[in-house]
Design a protein around this ligand. Structure first.
Ligand code: PMP
Length: 434
């Protein structure tokens, strides 16, 4: 970094080197536009919190204030509230995880857990292996610690073990330090695919053999539509997996309560890092969640979410089938997202302004790669709009895509020479258009 200021920011030259990775993500830039009411946003992954029993949440809040207000409004433990951690064990047991309450650290959403784990492990230049495509804001964290993000490809069955093996061998040959593998194995964000059980075991084996920690991020595992997915990777491996969970998708993200389940030694450091960052995660929201979980039938509530999101997934897939039959897309069995692949000659990022003009928003695939991949893909989220809006959104998207394709065809017919005649690739606007 230079120490020269620029016109817009007097402190430009003072920032730490690590901030160079802190560019606003595509998703973030989109929120402002996509939140206009006339736009059907298939972009953000906002849970449909209106489906929560608001009266039970209100009752939990009131009971907290009535019975334990002075504790709930006070600083709490850096590790999180023991009674809530007991409940977290019950939640994780649904995905085959058996653990000790001592090994859980409550965090300010799982996003904060990503930050803490990265802070513990990553020196500038260390390699983070991340499935490609990967959750955009995890990569923002990795970049902010100057990690070298290396993508490992996935297909409709999740991360490809053979590709992981090859990447590890290559990086080791280059004497690179691989610190961890970041994966969202169940109903991934953004691809909506799930790692098969067989592959989970293979990947655990590869990581064990190569001394690579696995960071298993699992916000969506309980939101299945077509039967239970494979158990979490952490259910078979304790020492080699740091597991992240959250109440954001099964309850509400506004509470900002997530957690890490980590091997003992890592857990100790995480508590210290948590204290350094926030002293203690919010006592208040932990109390409210604990109260809600003690009284409400939360398993039935998750079931309600499953039904709701299943209907929306179905609406999206049938709209894609009806309006964009020539494209291909993933078939999510849970979670929030469908990953759509465009024809090779389209570019999802440059198409976006046109989509927003047609009043539909999506997230371009490039947001989910650290290295410029994803140009011909896009992520559609079906969690928030109603089935009718989802259908209308996909219809609008089809207008945009078909319009782009038509334009390309017309252009190809009228100007077939750009590749053959390099000088013709400069296209000047006619003078009368200024
Ligand atoms: N990981 C993944 C894969 C996510 O999709 C999200 C939210 N979109 C998070 C982590 C962060 O969730 P939270 O901080 O709300 O728990």
């Amino acid at each position: 970094m230079t120490d020269q200021g620029n016109n817009l920011d007097r402190w430009y030259g003072h920032y730490a080197d690590r901030t160079s990775g802190l560019a606003a993500s595509e998703v973030r830039a989109l929120f402002a536009v996509a939140s206009r009411p006339e736009v059907v946003s298939l972009a953000g992954g906002m849970p449909y919190v209106s489906a929560l029993p608001q009266e039970l949440v209100t009752a939990a809040l009131e009971r907290v204030m009535h019975d334990s207000g002075s504790v709930a409004l006070q600083y709490g433990s850096g590790q999180g509230m023991p009674a809530l951690r007991e409940h977290i064990l019950e939640v994780m047991a649904l995905e085959g995880i058996r653990a000790s309450v001592d090994d859980i650290v409550v965090t300010t959403g799982s996003q904060h857990a990503l930050e803490l784990v990265t802070k513990l492990f990553i020196n500038p230049g260390d390699v983070v292996l991340a499935e490609g495509p990967s959750y955009v804001t995890a990569m923002v964290v990795f970049k902010s610690f100057q990690a070298d993000i290396q993508h490992v490809p996935m297909d409709e069955f999740g991360l490809i073990p053979e590709a992981l093996r090859e990447h590890v061998a290559r990086l080791k040959a280059e004497a690179k330090r691989i610190k961890f593998l970041y994966t969202v194995p169940t109903f991934s964000n953004p691809a909506g695919v799930t790692l098969t059980w067989e592959r989970r075991l293979q990947i655990l084996e590869i990581c064990r053999a190569n001394d690579i920690l696995i960071l298993e991020d699992n916000p969506y595992g309980l939101l299945y539509f077509d039967g239970q997915p494979p158990h979490a990777m952490r259910s078979v491996e304790e020492e080699g997996v740091v597991y992240l969970g959250t109440f954001s998708k099964t309850l509400a993200p506004g509470f900002r309560v997530g957690w890490v389940l980590a091997p003992h030694a890592i857990r100790e450091k995480l508590i210290l890092a948590n204290e350094a960052a926030v002293l203690s995660p919010s006592s208040f929201t932990q109390h409210v969640i604990k109260e809600y979980l003690s009284v409400a039938d939360w398993r039935a509530q998750i079931d309600t979410f499953r039904g709701l999101y299943r209907e929306r997934r179905d609406a999206m897939l049938s709209a894609l089938h009806d309006y964009l039959p020539d494209l291909s897309w993933t078939n999510p069995a849970g979670g929030f997202y469908v990953w759509v692949t465009l024809p090779d000659n389209l570019d999802s990022k440059s198409m976006l302004p046109r989509a927003v003009k047609e009043l539909v928003a999506y997230t371009p695939g490039t947001a989910f790669y650290a290295n410029g991949g994803g140009r011909t893909s896009l992520r559609l989220a079906f969690c928030y709009p109603t089935p009718e809006f989802i259908r209308e959104g996909v219809r609008r998207l089809s207008t945009v895509i078909n319009g782009e394709l038509e334009l390309l065809t017309t252009f190809a017919q009228t100007a077939p020479l750009p590749v053959a005649r390099p000088e013709a690739t400069m296209i000047n606007p006619p003078a009368n258009l200024g």
